[in-house]
Design a protein around this ligand. Structure first.
Ligand SMILES: [Zn+2]
Length: 443
């Protein structure tokens, strides 16, 4: 009984959403409306007595909103969890007999019992034996129809064997060898092509986005296909390659504090070059070009292994500074690997920049630096396992813009220096080594 009463309340929150009122505003209004009954919308801590007291008001609220469109229910933003409560709640309306039950119910202590019985009426399925395609991203796959435990997400072009169809709006499908359910709204028997990539534009509203000065460019998010999807997105950031980036300055740290180590900008500075131009290989080829060559090879290997890849740059120039690249990775990726070559000429081998001690207590570094260092160590292991020369223990401590703004595991990887070999054969070994390292990190 408790659970179903809670459903009715959050259901009205969903109806509120359909009226373009923000969920937090909704929540507030319900809190004040149900204040006397001490109903907790969020936690569902109703006692039976409280539930009964609130029943009349619950019914009156459910009648004010239109049915929430199904596409507000079963799908959500690909990167955020903020819409979760909305998507969880609205389902009880679209997929069950709940809304009609609610209108019939009266404000007595019997009300909740009536709702319980009608809500739990089993959904019947007509037998189907067909392939269905998904028409939208982020569609919930559930263990039971309506409000069952989410088992995963389906995306545009995914296909499933449908074994049952219900007039209540649900399809029974086979999923990972078991039975699961999905909203029929997003299914079709017509073939839908899988989405293979999409452009990602910068959003200055993202956290720290306001600190970026060059952000008119777009990155590209590539989706892994095949059966071995990892549900992880690796940001592959080919270092440098932003025309004009060396004449613009940005804050080294999100909080404006000074840099604690040297590097291309000396310790003590609060601002650094937005994107430097990089070094030049001994044969005159720009580091930026070689970084891109490695990045493209790495993208192919990662996609083959089931990782999605966010490619920051795929040409000689992208108008995204180091802060924009990092903020974009924070929002769209699971980890961030920047590819570089060092400016020495000793062919010293590969290493990564570990997080500097002096910024480990600074937000957001404090939340993620141990994982960033673990990502770096994993990749050095992967490279070493493929016979790539490693510089020292594979680490160098450095205070970088990239790590200072990262909220996900993030490293600057130096694959060698100006005298390194970047032939196709060498680059393919590097790509395999880095991908092995990503596998190690996620294993
Ligand atoms: Zn570099």
């Amino acid at each position: 009984m408790k659970r179903n009463i809670r459903k009715k309340i959050v259901l009205s929150a969903a109806a509120c959403m359909a009226l373009s009122v923000s969920l937090s505003a909704c929540k507030k209004s319900y809190e004040s409306e149900f204040n006397e009954a001490q109903v907790s919308v969020e936690e569902g801590t109703l006692t039976d007595a409280e539930a009964n007291t609130g029943a009349a008001e619950v019914q009156s609220v459910t009648s004010f909103g239109p049915t929430v469109p199904a596409d507000h229910n079963e799908t959500g933003a690909s990167t955020g969890t903020g819409t979760n409560s909305g998507s969880q709640t609205a389902e009880s309306q679209s997929g069950s007999a709940g809304s009609s039950a609610a209108s019939k119910a009266t404000a007595t202590s019997q009300t909740a019992e009536t709702v319980v019985q009608e809500t739990k009426a089993p959904i019947s399925f007509e037998t189907r034996d067909e392939t269905v395609y998904i028409m939208k991203d982020d569609v919930n796959i559930r263990k039971e129809p309506v409000d069952g435990e989410p088992l995963g997400k389906a995306n545009t072009g995914d296909s499933f064997h449908r074994t049952g169809y219900s007039s209540s709006g649900w399809s029974r499908i086979e999923y990972n060898g078991a039975t699961a359910y999905i909203s029929s709204e997003f299914t079709t028997t017509d073939v839908v092509e899988k989405k293979t990539s999409e452009a990602v534009a910068f959003n200055t509203g993202w956290e720290f986005g306001g600190n970026s000065k060059i952000n008119s460019g777009t990155a590209t998010l590539y989706y892994a296909s095949g059966s071995s999807k990892k549900n992880k997105t690796v940001c592959v950031n080919a270092g440098h390659g932003t025309k004009g980036g060396e004449s613009v300055k940005t804050l080294c740290h999100p909080d404006g504090t000074p840099k604690v180590t040297g590097g291309s900008t000396a310790a003590g500075n609060t601002k650094a070059t937005a994107v430097s131009s990089g070094t030049t290989m001994l044969d005159g080829t720009s580091e930026a070009y070689v970084n891109l060559k490695v990045a493209k090879a790495l993208k192919s290997v990662l996609l083959e292994r089931g990782y999605n890849v966010l490619m920051i740059r795929e040409s000689e120039d992208v108008q995204l500074d180091n802060i924009a690249r990092t903020v974009m990775a924070n929002e769209k990726a699971s980890c961030h690997i920047a590819i570089h070559y060092d400016s020495t000429t000793s062919n010293k081998g590969a290493f990564f920049m570990t997080v500097a001690d002096g910024i480990k207590n600074m937000y957001p570094v404090s939340t993620i630096w141990t994982e960033s260092d673990r990502l770096g160590a994993s990749i050095i292991n992967g490279l070493s396992g493929n016979g790539v020369k490693i510089f020292g223990d594979g680490t160098m401590q450095m205070d970088l813009t990239q790590t200072s703004y990262s909220k996900i595991p993030s490293i600057d990887l130096e694959l060698g220096d100006r005298s390194s070999d970047y032939s196709d054969a060498s680059v393919s070994v590097l790509a395999k080594g880095i991908a092995d390292g990503v596998d190690i990190f996620y294993s």
